[in-house]
Ligand binder design. Sequence first.
Ligand code: AHR
Length: 634
Amino acid sequence: NLAIDLGDTGIKIQPTMYGIFYEDINFAADGGLYAELIKNRSFEFPDPKMGWEEPNSVKYSLNKESGFSKITDYVEPKGGNKRFSHTVVQNDARYELFNTGFRGIGLKKDASYHLSIMLANATGVKKLKIALVDTVGTVLASSEIIPDNKDWKTYERVLVPNTIEEKAKLKITFEGNGSIDMDMLSLFPKDTWKGRRNGLRKDLVELLEGLNPGFLRFPGGCIVEGKTLDQRYQWHNTVGPVMERELLINRWNNEFAHKSAPDYYQTFGLGFFEYFQLAEDLGAQPVPILGCGMACQFNSGELVPLENLGPFVQEALDLIEFANGNVSTPWGKLRGEMGHPEAFNMKYLGIGNEQWGPEYFERYKIFAKIIGEKHPEIILVSTPGPFPDGDMFDYGWEQMRELNVALADEHYYKPPEWFLENANRYDSYDRNGPKVFAGEYAAHPNEVEDGTLENNWRAALSEAAFMTGLERNADLVHMTSYAPLMAHAEGWQWAPDLIWFNNLDSYGTVNYQVQKLYSNNAGTDLLKITEEGKALIGQDGLYASAVKDADTGELIIKIINTESHPQQLKLVTNNGTLDKTGAMFSLQSSDLQAVNSFEFPNMVSPKESTLTVITDMVEVAVEPYSVNVLKIKI
Ligand code: AHR
């Protein structure tokens, strides 16, 4: 028998309880959420021809054949736009240049694709034929440009492929005898999220929207820190005109490269403005994380001397102005010019990611003092170190308590058993210290043969059980997010991940289904659910939590059965009455290895059933290995 007390506990479920953590890892931005289909569109990669093929050219020589493209520096570069391509066509021939996209270009049949290309100094080049071709060169869509200009001019075309193709290339054929300059060759699907021109992949944002997130933490993770300080993420390089944003090597370039990623760079077409906009679209609190003057301690661990920390703190102050400042301020003005004169109402700001030791806290202190004085309204997020084991982590908590930190960003990637054993993790946490932001967590089951860590049901079930513990401790745990969020099936560096995608399709994993069920049933007020006076934390393999949703007037109970047999449960309420019927939403699989996949995206997905309530009592049979959410009007 489970007893649910409908009386007020006085504990609120924070609107930020279930959120998402976005990091540009696994090609989550360029090649993923950011819908640009052309890789190295403006020739700024360190190898400026990466992503480009010129099968019939004679590179850098004028001797024979059809021509060549020479990457050339601007005499007066604008911001990050430093180079363009100078193409020479000779012998009255046709010179061909291909862009290979991000592991190919994904095209949908009869969909419209916006092409834009900047051209200048056309002399003798009479025509450019632009085509989307499949792997054997068959043309799927094409258009032409007759260039007639000396100064830079942007040409735009719409291409509509006549068939679906996952690995297309973009082919440009230059005709004539002469030369032409080219820059910023870009191709976007017309059907982006909200139809925006520099937009995001619609299917991926829809999956995020399905999570109904309370916050969006961005842009990482380790990429915030950089392997070296020079390679850290600097938000102000990611705003303003897209073409002028300064390229940066991704910290995950060739790292842990299960699928090697020597071509992983950040163009920042998806930059801080776009992240804030996405958070707003999703109705989520933006939670940016900034570097704290320390490069990743797993890499160089480079440190900015304390006396030189000023510019780093200024970056944080500038960001507050960019997000919230009036358009009469310099950064607020830029936000306005980018199309959002209203403030983004940022409330949270993270300082550092997974940093540890005295080096971190002496730096954090400086940030906290200055930001606290100038912007007491901003809630700072601090970090107790990388993983919840060992001295560093304990040291971190001690320091955070002393410093009166508001939110501590804990991370844990552990086996499923750890999650089951730690469902009581927060029961004993100090209530006088920082609130908890479980900012990165995921159950990592055993590796399968090819080194992949699977998103299987065993992992998801253990996360669901653990999450009842997050919810039971809602007075302390204010924010939580699974990590990482996204991965390209052919370009990932870390697994498991919540959402998988390729050039055409995407799906939510079984773990996604768990997150979705929780975040869409978060409720507003914590209730007490007990068995013989005790919280249900693994007795008979069962885990439970209960909340009330004051807006919908519902009682919401989560019950996880981690046993291999069904269990018959009697739930009895006191301090209130219930409606006669209710609904139960269940995720279940008898196979702990079950996964969702491109082929079977709904292998594990919610099933709805009806509950019959007798006055204050409801009986349910919970299936083996199941996650169940019961909803009954109070
Ligand atoms: O989520 C992947 C990585 O895990 C993050 O970049 C880092 O914060 C953590 O170590």
